[in-house]
Design a protein around this ligand. Structure first.
Ligand SMILES: C[S@@+](CC[C@H](N)C(=O)[O-])C[C@H]1O[C@@H](n2cnc3c(N)ncnc32)[C@H](O)[C@@H]1O
Length: 271
């Protein structure tokens, strides 16, 4: 492990190096260094079964950058609640947002101990901006909202970022309820941005790779189809081009026709 996590926090948290953890394997697929041998082994096994996973991770991060650019730019949002943050990498939400709006406020939420240990890297804001980190479980929106209220003003619009996280709430009704609770707490003009893995675009190899993940790694995850993911967007005005492969959501001009990846993405506005 060659990371730059906070040694004082690393000494306090329990990092299980015997089981692959999602935040660390995701970091590995993104080319990061905050991962252990077990993460790289399982990460490589998944690549062997389903090579498209690496492009999914990259396209998901590029979706994040494009969605936050739209939200902080054209949409005028200055507050972000990013649940299932992941380990710090290039273009974290606050960096993209504060480039456009120096005073933007961002609250990050994750429940992985290593993400907590690395949170310091997420907490360096530009002048005027504020970031905070909350160690909480996505299954507990009330705890998240309570902690986030120290930094975010819930009387003004908030962009709720749910990238690659609802797939860890295995029961769809429960995941829908989490999204509802979060949306109930924010005013009209707020947004949800989400990405979610799907077998609809991934085929048999993707199904096998997810099965392997659920046998070997933690936490377990589920894929969903368009109909189920659309439930998370119910009542929102879904921005063009709708729920699409995240690579195809408003692609960058220098890559106008990217191939689809097995990860849907969408952005919706609370009317
Ligand atoms: C696939 S990564 C996505 C990271 C980032 N949002 C992105 O799109 O690049 C999922 C993240 O969700 C976190 N996570 C998984 N289950 C969680 C839970 N129940 N509560 C909070 N975070 C969770 C993992 O630790 C990991 O950092």
């Amino acid at each position: 492990m060659h990371g730059r996590g906070d040694p004082a926090i690393i000494a306090r948290v329990t990092v299980d190096v015997n089981v692959a953890h999602n935040a660390r394997v995701w970091d590995y697929w993104l080319g990061g260094r905050e991962n252990y041998e077990v993460d790289r082994r399982v990460g490589d096994e998944i690549i062997g079964m389903f090579p498209g996973i690496v492009q999914i991770a990259r396209d998901d991060r590029q979706f994040l950058a494009r969605a936050v650019t739209h939200l902080a730019g054209e949409a005028g949002v200055t507050q972000f609640l990013d649940i299932g943050t992941g380990l710090p990498t290039a273009n974290n939400t606050h960096e993209v947002a504060q480039r456009l709006v120096p005073g933007a406020r961002v609250v990050y939420v994750d429940n992985d101990p290593l993400v907590l240990a690395h949170a310091r890297a997420l907490l360096v804001s530009g002048a005027g901006g504020i970031t905070d980190y909350v160690d909480a479980d996505a299954h507990d929106p009330d705890a998240i909202l309570h902690a986030a209220a120290k930094t975010l003003d819930f009387g003004r619009p908030v962009a709720i970022m749910l990238l690659g996280i609802l797939n860890f709430i295995l029961d769809t009704a429960r995941a829908e309820d989490v999204v509802r609770r979060l949306l109930d707490a924010v005013p009209a003009g707020s947004y949800v941005a989400l990405t979610h893995p799907t077998h609809e675009l991934g085929g048999a190899a993707n199904v096998e790779a997810i099965r392997h993940w659920n046998r070997k790694a933690t936490p377990p995850l589920t894929c969903r189809g368009r109909a189920e993911i659309s439930r998370f967007l119910r009542g929102l005005d879904v921005l063009e081009p709708g729920l699409v492969s995240c690579s195809r959501w408003r692609p960058a001009p220098d890559r106008p026709h990217p191939p689809e990846v097995a990860q849907y993405g969408a952005v919706g506005r609370k009317p």
